[in-house]
Design a protein around this ligand. Structure first.
Ligand code: SAM
Length: 230
């Protein structure tokens, strides 16, 4: 078995790192993602570890992929746009809403001091927690709960990324954003399309909103999001 695993490693891993570099060049840099440190973070995270076994061959496809429970791991480009819009310096305490597979949290961890991530689906939260621990992401903390309420115990956050689309930005998240902090979230009046918006909390406490691009995310379901389907 060990010999088989070693052969598998030699055959698969160089291939995956070539695919990962190509994803960073063709899907991210070529489309305008220019933060070199963020591009480097994408080069460090093995996306194949965050997708179901049967989809490993598609890990670097330019697409969102099913991760079970009716949820998806987002398209790498959309994760990159979201994280670049957060203008990370690496010193941030960051909050993510919608852990899913844990992939975006892992990339975020390379550009943050500490990451807190909340997932409403218990199975996804448990498997992301296990996966992130196995891969050595000790500074990423996963909570099973309603992320529309944030994670008040660890607030305030310098950066907040929301990975599901809601009708408006949850009040709790705005309250948990530090002065000078940035929040990026898909917002839309219907379930099937949104605009990615960035909200900056000025030092004075005033909020500044910028519209970034049209996107399509799974719904943000919770007390300050959409209602759960009956
Ligand atoms: N960031 C994830 C990744 O890298 O795999 C992908 C996130 S997926 C597009 C959106 C996730 O948001 C789903 O896993 C869904 O269960 C979760 N979600 C939806 N509403 C939520 C809420 N109120 N609180 C926390 N998670 C929520």
């Amino acid at each position: 078995v060990r010999v088989a695993l070693a052969v598998c490693f030699l055959l698969c891993c160089p291939g995956m790192s070539v695919l990962r570099d190509s994803m960073v060049r063709r899907q991210l840099a070529a489309r305008g993602i220019s933060d070199e440190k963020l591009l480097d973070a994408f080069r460090r995270v093995p996306r194949e570890e965050f997708v179901p076994d049967g989809l490993r061959h598609l890990a670097y496809a330019d697409a969102a992929l099913d991760i079970g429970e009716g949820q998806t791991i987002s398209q790498p480009y959309i994760v990159a746009v979201t994280l670049e819009a957060l203008q990370l310096t690496g010193a941030e305490r960051s909050l993510e809403v919608g852990t899913g597979s844990g992939y975006a949290a892992a990339v975020l961890a390379w550009r943050s001091r500490e990451v807190f991530t909340v997932e409403r689906n218990a199975k996804l939260a448990a498997s992301a927690r296990e996966r992130l621990a196995r891969l050595g992401y000790e500074d990423v903390h996963v909570l099973h709960g309603d992320g529309t309420l944030g994670w008040p115990e660890h607030a305030p956050y310098d950066a907040i990324a929301v990975a599901a689309g809601g009708p408006s930005v949850p009040r709790a998240l705005l309250e948990q954003l530090a002065p000078g902090g940035r929040l990026v979230m898909p917002v839309g009046a219907t379930l099937d399309s949104q605009e990615l918006v960035r909200i900056t909390k000025e030092r004075s406490g005033a909020l500044r909103t910028e519209r970034l691009l049209g996107v399509r995310f799974v719904p943000l379901i919770g007390e300050q999001g959409w209602s759960a389907p009956a």
